[in-house]
Design a protein around this ligand. Structure first.
Ligand SMILES: Cc1ncc(COP(=O)(O)O)c(C=O)c1O
Length: 424
């Protein structure tokens, strides 16, 4: 039995919708992304509630980069939340979705980026990344006689390896003083981010480091000018992705021997869960540190967060058709990894594949589902949930795969499949 959190609960949901998915697949006859608005609503509320329970009203800015599907952006906005963007393209999408509050993050912002930001400055807060950005934006805003709300991205000891972003925390006071020289800049925020956090440790330790620094390096009066602390994204969801038991280090040089390992099926467990803390625990620890370390120093500050993966991970399902059976151990689907942009499921993650035409939640067999691209490096998975032997024409479902998939899709050989909004 699969030991991944949420697995049983989500299986029940699939069981409920499977007939509708089969009808849809037969009607369309092509691979599809299915967009599940309810999942987005659920994830947004789960995130907000976790912090609310700890007495913190976190302002959520969904990271558009994790899945830019306009229906998803609109859902976040309809839930009363905000968007985080990192390019003009994403800003356009955010504006079209009706977002009223947008954070613009990301390194190497150009004059063209700032032109668009200035055009919509009333809706935007800019997380600056360098002194160059500060000086350029200040000059451009002054010419336009506007004031832009800004913060700066910092890195501390906790962001090792992420030093291309922002400024070292030790330069924050200098940056703050430089920003005060510009009447066109309302400098009021601090931001940090790293991805793939399975516990709250990264946030808690960064906040603690920051608090020590602020206490010594800025006066009480200066600290009162800060309005937000933006802790970025990186909240790993308790999803049902896992590592392969026979490739726990996620090696990318798998030889064909690995297929024998799969077919012999002697390795137990076949998959290893990611072991992620529940969001409630993230929220509990972050909120406690925010309240005890930050609020006494920065009394006017609101907590901002930019979750991407957490909101989008379950927002999309992939519907594929098993087109060719090559032998009793492998077949080829009508869609390739261009749907997810890279070898996500070949080397990195296991995610379950369900044969909807022969639906079961209890029998998962070794069976390689290849994609249809021109390379053997195009694999959806090494196992399949199926009642009987997979057959040509079977309909396959890879549920809950919305984070960094659709957004990375590419027109390599095949077109990017359409997205269908699920109606409830
Ligand atoms: C600045 C920033 N914020 C938020 C995110 C979203 O991260 P995640 O999807 O891991 O929550 C990213 C991702 O790279 C990011 O760079």
């Amino acid at each position: 039995m699969n030991s991944i959190p949420c697995f049983q609960e989500r299986l029940k949901l699939i069981e409920k919708v499977k007939n509708r998915f089969i009808t849809l697949a037969k009607k369309r006859g092509d691979p599809l992304y299915l967009f599940d608005k309810k999942e987005v609503q659920k994830n947004v509320q789960m995130f907000k509630d976790a912090f609310r329970k700890e007495g913190v009203d976190v302002h959520l800015f969904y990271a558009t980069k994790s899945n830019y599907y306009p229906g998803l952006l609109k859902t976040v906005v309809e839930e009363g939340e905000n968007l985080d963007v990192s390019s003009r393209r994403e800003l356009d999408l955010a504006l079209k979705s009706g977002a009223k509050n947008i954070i613009y993050t990301g390194p190497a912002k150009t004059e063209k980026d700032f032109e668009l930001i200035l055009k919509h400055h009333k809706k935007i807060t800019v997380n600056l990344e360098s002194l160059r950005e500060l000086e350029l934006l200040a000059k451009m805003a002054k010419t336009k006689k506007t004031i832009v709300r800004c913060g700066v991205r910092i890195y501390t000891k906790m962001q090792t390896g992420w030093t291309k972003f922002g400024i070292p925390m030790e330069e924050l006071a200098d940056f703050f003083h430089q920003a005060q020289r510009h009447s066109s800049i309302l400098f009021c925020g601090i931001h940090f981010h790293i991805s793939f956090n399975k516990t709250s440790e990264q946030y808690v330790k960064t906040i603690e480091e920051l608090a020590c620094y602020l206490k010594i390096n800025l006066t009480e009066r200066e600290r009162k000018k800060f309005e937000y602390l933006d802790i970025g994204g990186g909240f790993y969801p308790q999803q049902w992705q896992a590592f392969y038991g026979w490739n726990p280090e996620q090696k990318t040089d798998l030889s064909t021997d690995c297929f024998n390992v799969v077919f012999e099926d002697k390795i137990r467990p076949r998959t290893l869960p990611l072991n992620v803390q529940p969001i409630e625990l993230f929220a509990k620890k972050i909120s406690a540190t925010f309240k005890t370390k930050i609020l006494p120093l920065l009394p006017c500050v609101t907590l901002y967060a930019e979750p991407g993966r957490f909101i989008s991970h379950s927002s999309m399902h992939f519907l594929l058709n098993l087109t060719d059976i090559k032998n009793d151990r492998m077949g080829i689907a009508d869609a390739g990894n261009n749907m997810v942009g890279w070898e996500l499921f070949q080397f990195y993650y296991y995610a379950p594949i369900f044969n909807l035409s022969q639906f079961t939640t209890t029998r998962e067999i070794p069976f390689i589902t290849y994609g249809s691209l021109c390379t053997p490096d195009d694999i959806w998975g090494y196992y399949m949930y199926t009642k009987g032997q997979p057959k040509e024409g079977d309909i396959l479902l890879m549920p809950y795969q919305g984070a960094y998939t659709y957004t990375l899709a590419q027109e390599f050989i095949r077109e990017i499949p359409p997205v269908i909004d699920l109606e409830y």
